[in-house]
Design a protein around this ligand. Structure first.
Ligand code: B12
Ligand code: SF4
Length: 609
């Protein structure tokens, strides 16, 4: 497909702008600093795919760096682009819609084809469309898959397009002739001359690229970045190669996709169709080397869901990285990388952790969630976690635990490990360098998704203020059966303040002579600065939860427009259909606390999927 596209690309000479939607209200711990200092892999991958397919006239705009960018004013090489794409996560929905709304202000005769993609449309594409002619924010097409789906779509569109025809008119013809229906991974609207969407057509679940070596090289994407600016328009040139590292000192790197676990609040295994996909060790080494050589990148963040998922493949990768040499110098002396794993799989890798360190790994984020495995069991407990943390530290790798706070977990408990602070204390004693504490929120595509809504756990409004998409980032308490949900919000703050504070920074400074050097003190500093943002942004929410009236949702979000499959049946990405039965069982949490009003009736959902 890439070869075929390269043949036709010169005839079409497409100009494309790809924008990453970013809501700056999400800037706080645990992601503050990483969120703007690492160009996201999604837009970079789409940009790489465009260049690789022969469409060199492509620009990537990150709202992280260009928050005033206005698509209605964009010009690339002196003309309005043929295609405008937006990539978004669900919590960046508001800026994503604003970008599309603005792009739709362009005179229809010149308006680019608008394509939406990213995890937002992968899980809930119907949310990107509306049928209100007074406030149009729908894209022409939503892609529910990866770069392969986009290339497949472009190939179909270009096969029907005359060389100077607007892409939107080629799109309309392809759509009306049914040509798009053979491309799994799309959702498009049909309606009255495109002004009002009357129905959505879902072409089904994407076909996944199994061998990740087939993906275009990431080195291509970094050439396309729009330089950071306060302007609404695009600059004449993209960011020069020598300035990329300054703005994106960390480079994301795709090494594997997928995870063998099936945590009920996580959509990742289902998204990956229960597959674990990897790049070859040689390709990973080559990517690190070339990104270093062309842009000076030394730090890489693996976008893995569970890097240690498959022991043999992991060993192949780390052995190759440990001995890889380019131009007479060893890769491991230059590249440092970090990624996500589970406690269970790290334990299985314990003898090999020195090799993992030798390969360049310096920190691993571990989904500890709840040490006592009350919320979720994935092979973690206090002893195993402590052993894993000690082993990691001995090997010179920073353990970075990720915790999940939930209704049944109190702030502190006597003589057991159940409380949030008790667990943070254990993790710190075991050697944790950083901490991530998020509240459980409904996650589209996960097993628990519908149930969190139908059980009345998810808030609609608090004190009249509606929950907005950016608040679904795990930092705001937006779903709880607890009768005092504000306590959960304060618990999150207390947890961070207990871990990140001046006292512990001083202790970390005094204990600098370990294998981890200055890293613990450095992370304390980052945490102390970051936690000020959490306090600034969420303290008001805690008060609102305390005094405001809580209104709850009883159903998951639905589509404003009917959505169907190509054959007319139920669409693969349709919102869940739920029916409710009420079981009157007043639940109590482990500490014996009575749960809130809405929690007193458990609404069991039966879904027809
Ligand atoms: C790395 C990562 C991060 C990094 C991002 C740093 C950065 N600047 O890049 C950090 C650690 C900061 C982060 C933070 C958060 N993350 Co995160 N993160 C990931 C992770 C593990 C990898 C993302 C990635 O880079 N993948 C590799 C690229 C190549 O894939 P991709 O982004 O999916 O893009 C592909 C397709 O989506 C598609 N695509 C993307 N854009 C477009 C655009 C168009 C036009 C088209 C056609 C296609 C397309 O093609 C791409 C190439 O294959 C994913 C899980 C996963 N495995 O995807 C979660 C994930 C994206 N994160 C998620 C969440 C919820 C968060 C947080 C809210 C924290 C939390 N509560 O878990 C915060 C939000 C922070 C913020 N302010 O934005 C969710 C998003 C859910 C959703 N429905 O949107 C995900 C999917 C995990 C999950 N399923 O729960 N995250
Ligand atoms: S271990 Fe992590 S990636 Fe795997 S299913 Fe659980 S939460 Fe998702």
């Amino acid at each position: 497909m890439r070869r075929r596209l390269r043949k036709v690309a010169p005839k079409h000479g497409l100009a494309t702008v790809i924008t990453c939607a970013f809501d700056h209200r999400t800037r706080m711990l645990p992601f503050i600093f990483a969120d703007t200092r690492m160009a996201p892999a999604g837009v970079r991958a789409i940009g790489s795919a465009m260049v690789d397919a022969g469409f060199e006239k492509t620009r990537i705009v990150l709202q992280q760096w260009n928050r005033h960018f206005r698509p209605s004013r964009m010009q690339l090489e002196g003309r309005i682009p043929d295609v405008f794409m937006v990539s978004s996560m669900a919590m960046h929905e508001a800026p994503c819609k604003a970008l599309i709304r603005d792009a739709r202000r362009i005179d229809p005769a010149h308006r680019p084809l608008i394509i939406a993609g990213g995890s937002y449309t992968s899980y809930e594409p119907f949310k990107a469309f509306n049928s209100d002619p007074g406030d149009p924010y729908s894209p022409d097409i939503a892609v529910t898959g990866e770069e392969f789906v986009l290339l497949n779509l472009l190939e179909v569109l270009l096969s029907v397009r005359a060389s100077t025809e607007p892409m939107r008119s080629a799109f309309r013809r392809a759509r009306d002739s049914g040509a798009l229906d053979d491309v799994p991974g799309l959702v498009y609207a049909r309606g009255d001359r495109d002004r009002v969407a009357e129905e959505l057509v879902d072409t089904g679940i994407q076909r996944l690229v199994a061998d990740l070596d087939e993906l275009p090289h990431p080195v291509l994407g970094y050439r396309l970045l729009e330089p950071p600016s306060r302007r609404a328009t695009l600059g004449p040139q993209s960011l020069p190669a020598h300035r990329v590292r300054r703005h994106s000192p960390i480079s994301s790197i795709v090494m594997t996709f997928g995870c063998k676990f099936a945590c009920p609040y996580c959509p990742i295994p289902a998204y990956n169709q229960r597959q674990f996909r990897t790049k070859s060790p040689e390709r990973i080494a080559d990517e690190m080397y070339r990104l270093g050589a062309e842009y000076g990148h030394r730090f890489f963040f693996g976008t893995d869901d569970n890097f240690f998922n498959d022991r043999k493949r992991t060993l192949d990768i780390v052995e190759t990285l440990a001995r890889a040499e380019f131009d007479g110098s060893r890769l491991r002396d230059k590249a440092r990388w970090y990624t996500e794993v589970t406690v269970h799989d790290t334990l299985k890798m314990k003898e090999h952790l020195p090799l993992v360190h030798e390969a360049g790994c310096r920190a691993l984020w571990l989904g500890v969630e709840d040490l006592t495995a009350t919320l979720i069991k994935k092979g973690q407990n206090v002893d195993k976690t402590t052993e894993v943390f000690h082993r990691l530290r001995d090997a010179g790798i920073c353990p970075m635990p990720m915790m999940m706070h939930h209704d049944a977990q109190p702030l502190y408990t006597w003589r057991n490990d159940y409380g949030l602070l008790n667990q943070i204390k254990l993790l710190r004693k075991a050697g944790a360098i950083s901490i991530q504490i998020l509240m459980l929120v409904p996650s589209a595509g996960s097993k628990w998704y519908e149930q969190t809504y139908t059980s009345g756990q998810v808030f609609d409004r608090i004190g009249g203020r509606r929950i907005e998409p950016y608040m679904h980032d795990g930092n705001y308490v937006i779903a709880s059966h607890h009768h005092r949900p504000w306590r959960k919000q304060l618990n999150l703050m207390a947890g961070y303040l207990y871990f990140y504070n001046v006292l512990w920074m001083l202790v970390a400074l005094l204990r600098r002579k370990t294998k981890l050097g200055d890293k613990p003190a450095g992370m304390q500093l980052v945490g102390i600065l970051g936690v000020t943002q959490n306090l600034r942004r969420t303290l008001g929410w805690a008060f609102r939860l305390m005094f405001g009236k809580i209104e709850r949702l009883t159903e998951p979000p639905s589509s404003q427009i009917p959505i169907r499959s190509v054959e007319g049946g139920r669409a693969s990405h349709a919102p869940p259909v739920v029916s409710l039965t009420i079981e009157p069982s007043p639940p109590r949490d482990r500490a014996g606390e009575r749960l809130g009003q809405a929690g007193q009736a458990t609404l069991a959902a039966t879904h027809r999927r």
